[in-house]
Design a protein around this ligand. Structure first.
Ligand code: GTP
Ligand code: MG
Length: 553
């Protein structure tokens, strides 16, 4: 009674917030999450990638019966897992046990015949489930439970933080509430896999891999989806070589540089996404950027997507962050806490500009953790020294080698997250930004090679600064907010919960009323003079030289 048909490319959705719902449906527990710690980054990626290839996305009619849905889809083959979510309409993600089931399903699906429009007959893995007997599934049917795919609103987070017992618990709460869910991660790999199907029309051996915060363990629900079109496997370098008098090469078009080749490829794939990919809208080709990209929005998932190509170093820095995130639970908790604080303070933004990025902030947290005594995480040079032959990685003559498995010993450092957060604010509130650069390869600050206000050395392309975009005003805003927060966090009255509902601890720093940019109530303004006086006193007595107070360079 239910029929599937591939979704026409012009079908648009307006996104709205997902509703909360019980846990993932389907069958046995995912082994991916369980074995995370024993698998390397690339093994995990390969597993997720293969899983996404066996998965489809379905737009469902309202009031769908879960039982009938499951029964109908199972007729094409065994289902490993499925879940529903809601944006504008109800969607289902279904993972089959076998890829062939999708072939079977496709052979029974049709291109819709539309009254006033015409469907482009591109057969993707994004379908519409058509209800041929609407009366059967009408009002009386309970609706399916939908899993939320959006981030918890700030006021709800603050309420949860106010109900905790310690600042450490607050930081772990932010991490737990903000991190990507298992289902959201599946959806991200599925969208990459759907984009791969488009690119594969030209480059059958290509793959599309997520990188950045979708897979580095620092992703927050709602973060963008960075994708990498990997054409490397096409070079044939790893093909078996025939011992013979001749060898064969493909005749190819030739262009002036690798950059031009990347721009041309992305331009064509961008065009195909625009013309053929159902659910992909607002395509922008940003081909003249340092790293050329195609940006678009995937409406059914609500993901803002950035597709790049020939970007192996970014993939490697993603893996590096992933490895750091697994060394000690404090790493993720502190990064999530600092990122959340920076967003509320208006230090980071969702639009590109001269502000500090999440990537730079993460580098700053990692650097601080390397500088603790004893260090909480090793330097990149130490990770390189632990590497074995199979870990060796040179990309465009840059040494990107580091250990890829769990050979890193846990740290002896026992500092609490509260202490580390305090240290973060004090360390960067007093850092000599005008003279020094941050370098996670060495775990030591170094003299800046040039005058950018904020200099964070790129760990792999060592002559580059990852925060070159940041201007003096934005750095100043960060330093001021760090000093204010260092001061606030020291106040005894804010260190303990007062009641289950009143903001305290970290919640005070995240409360819109205490943002440096936000307006303060009259009541809070009263002790401000006292607050500023102590702040200045604490700065005067600080033994470290304050680079920022010495003025911009
Ligand atoms: P959010 O998207 O803000 O959640 O974090 P993200 O880590 O995904 O950052 P972004 O989308 O800006 O960039 C994606 C990835 O590209 C990062 O994780 C890095 O691996 C890499 N990247 C971003 N900015 C830079 C940069 O300035 N220099 C270098 N070398 N790599 C960068
Ligand atoms: Mg990103």
């Amino acid at each position: 009674r239910l029929r599937l048909r591939p979704r026409p490319s012009h079908f648009l959705h307006r996104s709205c917030s997902a509703k909360s719902a019980p846990a993932l449906d389907g069958t046995e527990e995912s082994d991916i999450t369980e074995k995370t710690s024993t698998k390397t980054f690339s093994e995990l990626q390969a597993e997720r990638h293969e899983q996404a290839e066996r998965t489809i996305l379905i737009s469902c009619p309202p009031n769908i019966s879960e039982k009938k849905f499951y029964k109908y889809l199972s007729s094409y083959g065994a289902i490993n897992k499925y879940f529903f979510y809601e944006t504008f309409g109800i969607y289902a993600v279904v993972e089959f046990a076998d890829k062939d089931s999708i072939g079977m399903l496709k052979s029974f699906s049709s291109i819709p015949s539309l009254q006033h429009e015409c469907a482009i007959p591109f057969k993707s893995r994004f379908f519409s489930l058509v209800n041929n007997h609407p009366r059967d599934l009408s009002a009386a049917q309970p609706s399916v439970s939908c899993l939320k795919q959006s981030v918890i609103p700030l006021n709800e987070l603050l309420r949860k933080l106010s109900g905790t017992e310690s600042i450490d618990e607050q930081l772990y709460t932010i991490c737990k509430e903000y991190q990507l869910t298992e289902e959201n991660t599946r959806l991200r790999f599925l969208v990459c896999s759907l984009v791969k199907d488009i690119a594969a029309a030209y480059f059958p051996e290509c793959s599309v891999k997520p990188f950045g915060s979708s897979v580095n363990n620092f992703g927050k629900m709602g973060c963008d989806l960075d994708m990498f079109l990997d054409l490397d496997s096409m070079s044939g370098k790893s093909n078996p070589k025939k011992r013979s008098v001749f060898s064969m090469e493909y005749q190819t078009k030739r262009v002036a540089s690798e950059r031009v080749a990347t721009q041309n490829t992305l331009s064509v794939i961008g065009e195909c996404i625009d013309q053929f990919a159902p659910g992909c809208v607002g395509i922008q080709k940003i081909l003249n950027a340092r790293c050329p990209l195609v940006r678009f929005s995937h409406q059914p998932s609500g993901f803002q997507c950035d597709l790049t190509a020939n970007n192996r170093i970014a993939m490697r820095s993603t893996e590096l962050l992933y490895i750091y995130s697994n060394i000690d639970p404090r790493v993720r908790a502190l990064v999530f806490g600092v990122r959340c604080w920076a967003r509320v303070q208006g230090i980071t933004s969702s639009v590109p500009g001269c502000w500090i990025t999440n990537f730079s902030l993460t580098m700053m947290v990692l650097f601080l953790l390397q500088k603790r005594n004893p260090p909480i995480i090793p330097t990149l040079d130490q990770l390189r020294d632990l590497a074995e032959a199979e870990d060796e990685c040179i990309i465009e003559s840059h040494d990107c080698t580091f250990v890829s498995n769990n050979k890193i010993k846990p740290s002896q450092n026992t500092e609490t997250l509260e202490e580390l957060l305090q240290e973060f604010f004090e360390f960067y509130g007093n850092f000599a930004f005008n003279q020094l650069s941050i370098n996670i390869r060495k775990g030591k600050e170094q003299h800046k090679p040039e005058a950018s206000p904020l200099y964070i050395q790129n760990p792999f392309e060592q002559a580059l600064n990852v925060s070159k975009n940041v201007n003096q005003t934005q750095l100043g805003k960060f330093v001021t907010a760090a000093r204010e927060s260092a001061w606030l966090l020291q106040q005894e009255r804010l260190k303990q919960p007062v009641s289950k509902t009143k903001p305290w601890g970290l919640a005070t720093l995240l409360h819109p009323s205490t943002q440096s940019s936000g307006g303060r109530s009259k009541k809070q303004r009263q002790p401000a003079s006292e607050r500023i006086r102590s702040l200045l006193d604490s700065l005067k007595t600080n033994k470290q030289t304050s680079g920022f107070l010495n003025g911009p360079n």
